[in-house]
Design a protein around this ligand. Structure first.
Ligand SMILES: Nc1nc2c(ncn2[C@@H]2O[C@H](COP(=O)(O)OP(=O)(O)O)[C@@H](O)[C@H]2O)c(=O)[nH]1
Ligand SMILES: [Mg+2]
Length: 429
């Protein structure tokens, strides 16, 4: 029996983890979903793997939002309400809190495999995940995979930049492989954000449970954790998952094709061009599992991809389902995201330059306006006083980007820039 650790980092990671727990507890949103046999993960009698779930967040509200994850499985980083999509700050927080987080993880049974689920683009999950995997790998040699959710492209430049830097860190670090899920690609699932999130989260949860199930099954043709590790070590450290389920009696040939087609994948890729290794697991009643059809399709995939591990699980009376794990040697869609991030970085740089130039203008304005020779003599003459921005009274005149301030009867006027409002100024009047 496998020991599996599932960590959900940040809001997106927490929600997907909660969806996994929901399906596992046989409380899927639809009866059909719930009766998919996934209850074995949590029902006492039908456990297949020992699955531990842990949700980590800096925002207590995100943790409270979870409905199917036990309180003891939620780690709140104290005194914070999120990190505001600020990865630099998030990394500092992780550094301070990593002792506590690692201690709580170490209290659980040693896993055979771990998955860390997170969005690439937010703050907490994006900044915690790479160093968390690094911490785990410092002391353990079990494989740790990241399931990374890419942003909707319209969510803005900050998210794009976060995603690019997060992926870079993950790929340069000791993470054993990144499974990509693209919100943008899966957008059509829901008419609004909430529906899209719920739909995507359920898709991921379902596939993850299918995968875990198949790694721990006594199958007719077995795929195990060793095979999964071999698949994931191929390619450029990137992977995605395809899936298809028959709603009616569908030839297994079509179902395999659907699982690797755009409608089956979690990330946009041309499998026949970009995949480098694959694992395909077919589940269902044996009457649907034609050996000729399966062999022909797997052969087709093998000739394009290289190596394909194949597993078959017989489930009496069930319509067939296919899961496909594909590692990628290249990912054109990711290059598109990187290009977006580079454009965002350049735009930001231009804006920063503009702000810097304006600041320079302000300070030169300040030196002209505040330090006119006429006033210098007064400053030097009487006494020293400390003026802070809050001392500025309404009687002082609002001026472009600041105030003209009079510190006292004999002081004359000087200019206080808005940009310097947090600076305590000391000058003579
Ligand atoms: N698929 C999916 N994406 C989500 C969900 N919640 C947030 N996101 C995406 O995650 C990104 C924001 O990250 P989030 O996880 O909220 O940040 P964090 O809490 O600071 O780690 C955005 O790109 C969102 O579109 C969710 O429930 N499902
Ligand atoms: Mg959020």
């Amino acid at each position: 029996m496998l020991n599996v650790l599932l960590i959900g980092n940040g809001q997106c990671g927490n929600r997907i983890l909660d969806a996994v727990n929901r399906l596992s507890m046989n409380r899927g949103s639809s009866v059909k979903e719930a009766s998919g046999g996934l209850s074995k993960y949590f029902s006492k009698h039908k456990y297949k793997s020992n699955v531990e779930t842990v949700a980590i967040n800096t925002a207590i509200n995100d943790l409270k939002e979870m409905k199917f994850t036990k309180a003891k499985d939620r780690i709140h980083i104290p005194n914070l309400h999120g990190v505001g999509a600020n990865r630099k700050y998030g990394k500092e927080v992780f550094e301070q809190q990593k002792g506590m987080i690692m201690r709580l993880l170490e209290e659980r049974p040693r896993p055979d495999v771990a998955f860390v689920i997170t969005s690439a683009s937010g703050g907490t999950g994006s900044s915690f995940t790479p160093p968390l995997i690094e911490e785990i790998k410092k002391v353990h040699d079990y494989p740790v995979y990241a399931i990374v959710i890419l942003p909707f492209r319209e969510e803005g430049t900050l998210y794009l930049q976060n995603a690019a830097f997060m992926l870079k860190e993950l790929r340069e670090g000791p993470c054993d492989g990144v499974i990509l899920v693209d919100n943008q690609y899966l957008k059509s699932i829901g008419g609004n954000y909430q529906d899209a999130y719920d739909g995507i989260n359920t898709m991921i949860a379902k596939r993850l449970l299918f995968l875990l199930d198949s790694l721990d099954s006594e199958m007719m043709m077995v795929t195990d954790l060793g095979d999964f590790k071999t698949v994931m070590s191929g390619g450029a450290g990137l992977a995605t998952i395809g899936y298809a389920k028959a709603e009616t009696e569908t030839p297994i040939r079509n179902l395999i094709q659907n699982s690797v087609s755009p409608s089956g994948l979690l990330f946009s890729t041309d499998v026949y061009q970009e995949a480098s290794r694959a694992m395909i697991i077919i589940k269902g009643d044996k009457k649907y599992l034609s050996i000729d059809e399966i062999s022909a399709e797997v052969e087709k995939l093998t000739s394009a991809v290289g190596h394909v591990f194949k597993g078959i699980i017989i489930q009496n009376g069930e319509l067939p389902e296919v899961l496909c794990v594909l590692t990628l040697s290249s990912a054109e869609a990711l290059e598109g995201l990187y290009e977006g991030a580079v454009a965002a970085i350049n735009t930001e740089r231009t804006k920063k330059d503009k702000i810097r130039r304006e600041k320079e203008f302000d300070s030169s304005f300040l030196s002209i306006d505040g330090l006119e020779p006429e006033y210098w003599s007064r400053f030097l003459s009487v006494r020293s006083c400390d003026i802070r921005f809050r001392d500025i009274r309404p009687r002082n005149r609002r001026h472009r980007n600041g105030y003209m301030v009079s510190a006292g009867r004999s002081s004359g006027w000087t200019f206080f820039s808005d940009l310097l409002k947090n600076v305590s100024w000391s000058f003579r009047t």
